[in-house]
Design a binder for this molecule. Structure first.
Ligand SMILES: Cc1cc2nc3c(=O)[nH]c(=O)nc-3n(C[C@H](O)[C@H](O)[C@H](O)COP(=O)(O)OP(=O)(O)OC[C@H]3O[C@@H](n4cnc5c(N)ncnc54)[C@H](O)[C@@H]3O)c2cc1C
Length: 544
């Protein structure tokens, strides 16, 4: 028999979005937060730069709105952009009230604001160069101290349970979810009147990523399987330079290294950025990433080099203490020679389609943060707008939930049944498919796309999806299998969206349609719940 747990509201994810929602609700509601592993792990922890907000008298909402529209290559939704920017100052005030130690301007009471690429004003509030850490530590501490917030770490949410999936009602309402408890290796049933997906992005679908292991698109895949639309999945932001080292896995080399004179070189030492843009290494992020990708594919090499060793070693150590030390730990001394770098998947602009309160197409199901598609980013993300989106939409979702006093019915949810499946004797299938998927996504659906590459990827993902579904139906679930299943769904959504866009815009660049179209619209995909599931909910081998 499965363990059943009952909560009013279940939030999946404890990044900036999930924690903000929990803290906003906790005075009125009992809230459960599930995390895949450790409570703090997620992209929020690693955010460096800061949060964009209109804080200075010299800045205006209109200016921030316009910068966001421009960065998004005119594909952003102006209402969503204005809503987010208008709520930027109150959101920062909320973070300050929570105790986030943002950096001040010298001895004064004012906060220090920096300027980042694409912003016309100084508007990035930050906590030194570790803003995400400061936000995460503060919100986790407050949430742990709140009696109404209950954490469930080491729980991998598997799938949402909806009335439609169980054949209980025509209206598709979420009533809970199944989650794998990694400590006990059992599947638990969480009953909830409302569920929020705050699961972050899906950059792990690519071979190289700056994101932590949590970013496997689980929330997007779960929402899709539950019947939600998904938007703009073709727009994946790639950071130009991550350290290429098997042990480093996801270590980002800040753009400031190029800003201070770092040169990008081919393996034979040739400098190449000026062949692509007159600004050389200082060209915008997407141009640099595309140039590196082009050279790597042309030469068939695994990385390029970033060299700042012509600068005084003391200057390097003083300006880049963290990067210098981390690289040295991996055996690369950046004061003495070039370091190997590759571009890496960094941010998922698309996600679950939501309105201004984070509500999705499934009743009582919310999506917030990087897992959602609000319309803010359009075809590219303006630097530091993502943490802002997490806070603004989490607070807005909380307002909607707090205003809703309608009583909810309690439904029966069947146990998770492992009696019809066996232990897998071939886990190599999972590891093989996991590597293959991330490799072909990198090669065929990465920074530069073509019709042919996308078609190749589509054939492969279709095959993988059917193999994985068969595996899922016959064997006991494991965290690796669940992740692979979600990665394959997300990969398919990215490929389908990229195939649908017959132009190059923002982060989607294809050699077959190199120009922008007029009257371009967001790519919205609609799921089909398989009729077998509706007619026979117990068709799922795991549901008792
Ligand atoms: C290196 C780096 C630097 C960045 N710098 C900036 C910056 O300066 N400014 C900015 O605005 N943005 C920045 N970003 C982007 C920003 O950090 C993220 O967009 C944001 O933190 C996402 O927050 P989130 O709450 O949506 O998700 P996350 O913080 O990623 O949290 C996801 C949560 O979901 C949980 N989860 C996922 N799947 C499951 C599952 N199946 N079951 C249970 N739990 C699950 C995880 O355990 C985790 O708790 C950066 C990102 C990275 C990686």
């Amino acid at each position: 028999m499965s363990k059943h747990l009952h909560h009013d509201i279940v939030i999946i994810g404890a990044g900036a979005a999930g924690l903000t929602l929990a803290l906003e609700l906790a005075n009125e509601h009992k809230v459960a937060i599930l995390t895949k592993g450790d409570i703090s792990e997620g992209s929020t922890l690693y955010a460096q730069g800061g949060v964009a907000a209109v804080m200075s008298d010299k800045d205006t909402v209109d200016s921030h709105v316009q910068d966001t529209i421009n960065a998004g290559a005119e594909l952003g939704n102006e209402d969503a952009i204005r809503f987010t920017v208008e709520n930027s100052k109150p959101s920062i005030d909320w973070l300050i009230d929570q105790g986030v130690p943002f950096t001040r301007n010298g001895e004064s009471d004012d906060y220090h604001l920096t300027k980042e690429g694409g912003h016309s004003h100084r508007r990035i509030i930050h906590a030194a160069d570790a803003t995400g850490l400061a936000i995460s530590q503060t919100l986790v501490k407050n949430a742990l101290a709140h009696p109404n917030i209950h954490f469930y770490p080491d729980r991998v949410a598997i799938d949402l349970v909806t009335t439609q999936k169980l054949g209980l009602s025509e209206q598709n309402r979420v009533i809970g979810l199944y989650a794998l408890n990694q400590k006990t290796d059992t599947v638990e049933v969480f009953h909830a009147h409302r569920v929020a997906l705050a699961t972050g992005g899906s950059s792990k679908v690519y071979l190289y990523t700056s994101n932590p292991d949590t970013a496997s698109g689980d929330g997007i895949a779960m929402a899709w399987r539950a019947g939600c639309r998904v938007g703009n999945m073709e727009f994946n932001q790639f950071h130009p330079t991550c350290l290429y080292d098997a042990k480093a896995k996801t270590f980002l080399i800040s753009e400031a290294v190029r800003g201070e004179g770092g040169r990008l070189l081919l393996p034979d030492g040739t400098r190449f950025m000026f062949n692509f843009d007159e600004r050389g290494e200082l060209a915008p992020r997407d141009i640099v990433a595309r140039a590196i990708d082009h050279e790597m594919k042309r030469l068939g090499v695994k990385h390029v080099l970033l060299d700042i060793s012509h600068k005084d070693p003391e200057f390097i150590k003083e300006h880049f203490p963290t990067i210098y030390k981390r690289c040295l730990n991996y055996g690369h001394d950046m004061t003495k020679g070039p370091i190997p770098v590759v571009p890496a998947a960094h941010y998922t602009c698309g996600g679950v389609v939501v309105d201004q309160h984070g509500t999705t197409d499934v009743t009582d199901l919310y999506a917030i943060g990087e897992a959602s598609y609000t319309g803010l980013h359009g075809a590219n993300r303006l630097a530091s707008n993502s943490l802002l989106e997490c806070i603004v939409y989490a607070r807005s979702a909380a307002q909607k939930m707090l205003a809703d006093n309608e009583p909810r019915a309690d439904y029966q949810i069947p146990d998770w049944d492992s009696s019809k499946v066996t232990d897998s004797d071939e886990d190599v299938v999972i590891t093989h498919n996991w590597h293959e998927l991330r490799r072909f996504m990198w090669d065929y659906v990465g920074i530069v796309r073509t019709n042919k590459r996308l078609l190749r990827a589509k054939h492969r993902v279709d095959l993988l999806l059917s193999e994985i579904e068969e595996f899922y139906s016959n064997y006991r679930v494991s965290a690796d299998l669940l992740e692979l299943r979600n990665l394959a769904v997300v990969a398919d959504l990215i490929i389908q969206s990229a195939m649908a866009r017959k132009e190059s815009r923002g982060l989607h660049f294809t050699l077959d349609y190199p120009d922008k179209h007029e009257n371009s619209t967001p790519t919205i995909l609609k799921p089909r719940i398989r009729s077998s599931e509706l007619e026979n909910p117990s068709a799922c081998p795991h549901i008792a």
